[in-house]
Write a protein that binds this ligand. Sequence first.
Ligand SMILES: [Zn+2]
Length: 206
Amino acid sequence: MTKLFGITRKTIVAAVLLSAACVFGLLLSSCGAKQNSTDTDEVPLKKPEVEIKADDAYMTEAIEEALVGIYNGHGGPFGCVIVKDGKIVGRGHNMVLKNNDSTAHGEISAIRDAEQALRTYDLSGCVLYTTGEPCPMCLYAILWANIDKVYYGCTIEDNASIGFRDEEFDDLAGGRDSMKDFLTCIDRDACLKLFETYNNLEHSIY
Ligand SMILES: [Zn+2]
């Protein structure tokens, strides 16, 4: 009886261990499968066919970021880098079409990238470079993030000239004329070349 009970208990323990091993194995293989499928599903980003140089090295980086976005159909020609102590700490481009996310503007993507990298929600001491003057949503996100200074390439009017609605939202927010020291236009010509490149590509207006 004891022996029988002993055998039964051993059998149960063995069965439990075997099942645990199977579950563990299944988990491992499903994780592996998932990892592999993500690897194979990932479409490599297309390399931009043009290179646009701005006078400012950080604006050149922002343009580069925008070019990656437009050549891959992610969204409009808006790229952005965030700089702290002379180093790029965050970057992003417009991902509205790719993510079906109307808030995925270049500046928002770059702010999220910088805050994740620096593990803080406070970007004091940072300077933001963006190819198009920030829309009201991004401008207020920039202020929420405590960013010190903004350099933009194309103006709000330039954004409107390629079909974006920033200007009409701006009227709701009451204008930005009082922020000229905070928002400064640089490298407009280089950024206009970017807009022209975008306009010559097939693209959706949103
Ligand atoms: Zn925006």
